[in-house]
Design a protein around this ligand. Sequence first.
Ligand code: 9G3
Length: 570
Amino acid sequence: MRATALLAPTLREAPADAEVVSHRLLLRAGFIRRVAAGVYNYLPLSMRVLKKIKRIVREEMDRQGGQELLMPILQPAELWRESGRWDVYGPELFRLKDRHDRDFALGPTHEEIITTLVRGDVNSYKQLPLLLYQIQNKYRDERRPRFGLMRGREFIMKDLYSFDCDEKGLENSYMKMHEAYTRVFQRCGLHFRPVEADSGAIGGSETHEFMVLAESGEASILFCEDESCDYAANVERAAQISRPDNGKESMNELAEKETQDCRTVEEVTRFLGTHPQKIIKTLLYETDTEVVAVLVRGDRDVNEIKLLNLLGCLRVDLAGENTIKKVTGASRGFSGPVGLQGVKIIADLEVSSIANAVTGANKDHVHLLNVNPGRDFSIDILADIRIVEAGEPCPRCGQKLKEARGIEVGQIFKLGDKYSKLLGATYLDESGKAKPIIMGCYGIGVSRTMAAAVEQNNDRDGIVWPAAIAPFHVVVIPVNNRDPEQIALAEKVYTNLTAAGVETILDDRYERAGVKFKDADLIGYPLRITVGSKAVLEKTLEVKARRSGEITMVSEEKIEQTVLEMLKEL
Ligand code: 9G3
């Protein structure tokens, strides 16, 4: 391909609203253009990257026995009403009407459609198991579409659904997909980690997220420092070990203490000259059904997902000033568990072993000293409800947990019989008995994988594509446009490389060499071949590796062979 024929409009600067590096670089390097908030054109360079990612995805799905199909983006509301999800999802579901005033949605995912398909056409255990997938645009009307392709309202997803007779079959399908995903992201040249995640919302039992590791990632991951232990979980899921109570300190007499206007853990700690570990922080939460008091150690934070799962409710929100006043009789910052009436007391595991603690007194400007759980108040539910931090022991092996940041590019779920029951997808087993089909669902964000690759692989000058998904492998740059010998040599190298199966761009634009070099770095071709006067005189070419910056001088006759070898190493 010749650069003069390629639509890759590079920009000196990115628009001010491009907050993350992948968004900035994909815009600047001419890969994407915005159409509307969270909606993008994919320009030819993007298309080449996406095709490569999709090809890897298809090969790995097919390797596990996956069958590709294509379902509609336009989905009738009836199916969503059947599953009950028409009302569960609010404005995030894009809704529209046809000319007959019938309701439709633009597909955010395809559980309803595929379960209905299987309900109609799969009746016997003999037709199972099945792995069905598609690669298609999905639609979700995000509240704040941001970060370019990382959180678009229209995005490309590979979604696969597994159908099995029983849990054992599901376990097998799940393992196959775990392996397929591992191979996909390995082949894409990405550093990633599968992590245990929380399955609360979708209602399944087990789930893993595949995280591309990048400083800029939105997700926080905890993983075991011991390489031989493979524990890794996202921060919502990471479990704490319950450590035995040392129980040495003897209980002192409960006392009230004026604390002026000290409300936060920091203020109270400073005022009393104590440590946050000695404070029991009491937070009131409102759920869809009740108000609860949640107790954690002063230096800890409540994990609202753990709380949600524990209570089995739909929402948990910190209570407002009015509720606090009503329940405790005091204003925010003075809540405590002693004498608290009419609300469940839920305490984190650690709370039960704090002796002579400080808590709010449910009286303005007063705290209690020497509070002892069990003696001064009772705990209704003692559970792991806090956020685990780096440095704490691994729940599997006890070594230290480390923290990393990641971008979720894939997620696999065991769904069980939730959708097959709601939508009536059953099969007849060997004895002719009807049973619900056991399902799993498995997603890869294809467009997000492209963005995540950029988040993980960039430097000051631009993108550094992993060779497996680079839009082209090599750019050939003649330095002086007016030198016919340079042009001729560049053309020759371009033709030979192309013939050897190397995806090559010839930068034949009438631009200064500096401009071409800058664009080459920005776009991120893995290798750059410079054809200058020396190349013409000595018949040696300069090959520069984008990632390492390393320069290799290669004789003209060895160029194809050398480039092919270098690409294998990248
Ligand atoms: C909706 C809307 C947003 C959604 C969903 C439904 C997320 C929804 C979860 C999944 C689960 C899996 C198949 C591929 C892998 C992921 N956001 N989810 O179900 F109506 Cl508006 O999509 N689906």
